[in-house]
Write a protein that binds this ligand. Structure first.
Ligand code: FEO
Ligand code: CA
Ligand code: CA
Length: 681
């Protein structure tokens, strides 16, 4: 990426955090290789071992043995790969684009005009870069049952592309990460405010009309949560020294949520937003070695970063007010309550909000740990049992975590709420060579988490990655979304790729983890709270000559790379979404995959077909259906992002989908079947 004088250009590519895991814990690829070779020895050859490991008789023995309804889940005709600037769906399906970035939903309902809209306008409009999403039926009782024609669509806005947001950007050489040239070393404050308000979450009341089209219903439910919305901490970190700031001297509050990637839905009908690549939004103006351990282990920027500024340079806003200066986490005052040295400690959490209570304050649930949370997936709530959820840390060589509540879920007695997430045990996964696994507790005072290394449970949670290093967790290839098979309780997680290995060995891409894979496990005794599990590989993504699914390579209707979004619908279809990076898509040997896409699998029959391909430059992320399965919502994030800095300056965009303005605009798409049937059939 070229360095432009006067401009800020991020150096990690799209905000992905740099590899910052210095531990020597075994890497997942090493375990996978060891597993393969062990099975080779047992079964007399690599071919046999691959069949055993990836075929119907996996290590857990679950894939081929589920009984049940017997109905065919997948009925559509696969679509081909595509590099066109349009959304492709199977014959018999149609697509409506919906609530693109800038759609007015609240307040004075400001019409979208990127050249004129202010920061305040953006706070009343749908945010940018749509990501994780849920449809809450309007009854507000259960996240998966109720109306299929009216509800609250709640969606994350992961980040922004400043070049699309400001009149000042027109004609400048800006790539997708650039911000307009600084003026006397500063940024206009309202541009920063607009970018902050482009982040966060939208709660959008929507309804299906008689004509089958969905539209926004104005009213009290519509809400924007942004990078500036007041929030509270709960759990062990609340009130501790780690989160005391000038804004919150008692360490109970902070402002905003950032880089909300995927999401979670609790059994008690609330929404959780994940804070993923938040570290780059902050800078400590010291040398890299001068940062605190929590800052360095997570990649908060320093004077040694290139450039020495935060991702968007909000700390450079020309008003100098603490709305913006808080992103500079340099220790400046006499104590932490006189500056923002602890501001970054307020990020990296899972944040809960009740979408049906628009006046409620979102809560950062610290017991679930602090890392680059991709999202969170909950086991179904079972009366009298603990609440269990899983979350991946999406950075190179990071870990997969599980939380088990101390209290039990008792809906019948009114004990089914977010307080269950404030006390419990956070575990991290170790994947053993023999297909077994262990959940290792991250509890202060237990095992190696001694007072020599940590001062309290709050310290363990602030430094979740360090605690996980210490107990010997397995380093993974960027854990992304997780989902749970409704038919047998198996947990599936995507491992998107390992960028640390991408360029060196195309001949042996599996070891380089260029294409990514999907892992799954069964908890010991089918008890979600178990500390043991058995795992196998569901699928190795990649091209026809370097992939594996059910003992066979993927065919032309199945090839994909970089699995990211993942969701089981209630009938057991597994929806897989891809996020090939903008640096790679439609280039070199990634060209064969076309634009980012979504596939549908039936793990019982081992069918897999490509269902959808998105437009140019985007990723497909976020998927949910109405309870009847007949309307599907999917997000198209960063269309046209592959436009180069030179082409942007010249006004030549690679993609302009959904063709509602001069630039591409992230948007939701609504997918229906012409015959009104269930999506996927
Ligand atoms: Fe925001 Fe890991 O994708
Ligand atoms: Ca993602
Ligand atoms: Ca992404």
């Amino acid at each position: 990426m070229s360095q432009l004088p006067g401009n800020l250009i991020i150096d990690n590519g799209d905000g992905d955090e740099p590899m910052s895991n210095p531990s020597s814990n075994r890497h997942f690829e090493d375990v996978l290789k060891a597993n393969l070779s062990r099975r080779s020895a047992l079964r007399g050859g690599l071919g046999a071992s691959i069949t055993a490991l990836f075929g119907g008789v996996g290590l857990t023995g679950c894939a081929a043995t589920t009984g049940g309804s017997g109905g065919k889940l997948i009925g559509f005709e696969a679509v081909s790969v595509s590099s066109a600037d349009t959304v492709v769906v199977p014959k018999g399906y149609k697509v409506q684009s919906f609530i693109p970035w800038g759609t007015p939903i609240s307040g004075n309902m400001p019409a979208f005009d990127p050249m004129k809209n202010t920061g305040a306008d953006q706070a009343n409009q749908v945010g940018s870069h749509h990501d994780g999403m849920h449809f809450f039926p309007i009854e507000g009782k259960d996240p998966y049952s109720g109306s299929s024609t009216e509800g609250l669509l709640v969606l994350n806005h992961e980040y922004v592309e400043p070049r699309y947001m400001h009149a000042s950007a027109v004609g400048q050489k800006l790539d997708r990460n650039g911000v307009p040239a600084l003026v006397n070393g500063k940024r206009p404050a309202d541009e920063c405010r607009k970018e902050i308000n482009g982040h966060g979450v939208s709660v959008v009341h929507i309804r299906k009309g008689g004509n089958g089209q969905w539209s926004v219903v104005p009213g009290k439910f519509n809400r924007r949560i942004t990078g500036a919305t007041p929030m509270e901490f709960s759990g062990p970190v609340r009130g501790t020294d780690f989160v005391k700031t000038l804004h919150s001297p008692d360490g109970t509050r902070t402002r905003g949520t950032l880089n909300n990637c995927a999401h979670g839905v609790t059994p008690w009908n609330t929404y959780m937003m994940a804070e993923e690549n938040w570290a780059g939004y902050f800078i400590n103006k010291v040398s890299a070695n001068g940062r605190t351990r929590e800052q360095s282990r997570y990649g908060v920027r320093s004077n040694d970063s290139k450039p020495a500024a935060s991702r968007y340079g909000w700390e450079l806003a020309d008003t100098g007010t603490d709305e913006f200066s808080r992103f500079d986490v340099t220790a400046k005052g006499a104590s932490p309550t006189q500056d923002y040295r602890n501001e970054a400690n307020g990020f990296g959490w899972m944040v809960e909000v009740d979408p049906f209570n628009p006046g409620s304050t979102p809560v950062k649930r610290t017991a679930l740990g602090r890392f680059a949370h991709e999202g969170v997936v909950f086991q179904p709530g079972i009366e009298g049992k603990p609440v269990v959820c899983y979350s991946g840390d999406d950075a190179t060589n990071e870990y997969i975590y599980k939380f088990v509540s101390k209290g039990v879920y008792q809906k019948s007695r009114g004990v089914a709420n977010g307080a269950l997430l404030d006390e419990g045990t956070l575990y991290v996964a170790r994947f053993n060579d023999d297909g077994s696994g262990a959940w290792l507790p991250l509890v202060f005072g237990q095992g190696p988490l001694t007072p020599f290394r940590f001062s309290s449970q709050a310290d363990v949670l602030i430094n979740t990655r360090l605690a996980a290093d210490t107990v010997g967790a397995t380093r993974m290839d960027r854990p992304e979304w997780g989902t749970i098979d409704p038919r047998n309780g198996q947990v599936y997680f995507t491992l998107t790729n390992n960028s640390g290995r991408t360029e060196t060995n195309k001949a042996n891409p599996r070891e380089k983890s260029r294409w990514g894979h999907i892992i799954r496990w069964t908890e010991g005794g089918n008890d979600p709270a178990s500390t043991r599990f058995n795992w196998d590989i569901f699928l190795l993504a990649g091209p026809e000559n370097d992939s594996q699914f059910a003992g066979k390579p993927l065919n032309k209707d199945q090839i994909f790379n970089s699995p990211d979004g993942l969701w089981f619908d209630k009938e057991g279809r597994l929806w897989i979404q891809t996020d090939t990076s903008e640096n790679a898509m439609n280039k070199g040997d990634y060209a064969q995959f076309g634009n980012n896409q979504m596939l549908c699998a039936d793990p019982r029959t081992n069918e897999l077909k490509r269902f959808l391909v998105g437009p140019v430059g985007q990723e497909i992320t976020g998927v949910i259906t109405t309870p009847d399965g007949r309307t599907m919502f999917v997000n198209v994030q960063h269309p046209g992002a592959t436009t180069s800095a030179d082409d942007f300056a010249a006004g030549k965009m690679t993609g302009t989908w959904p063709n509602m303005g001069p630039y591409g605009r992230s948007a939701t798409i609504v997918i229906t079947k012409d015959d009104g049937g269930v999506i996927g059939t």
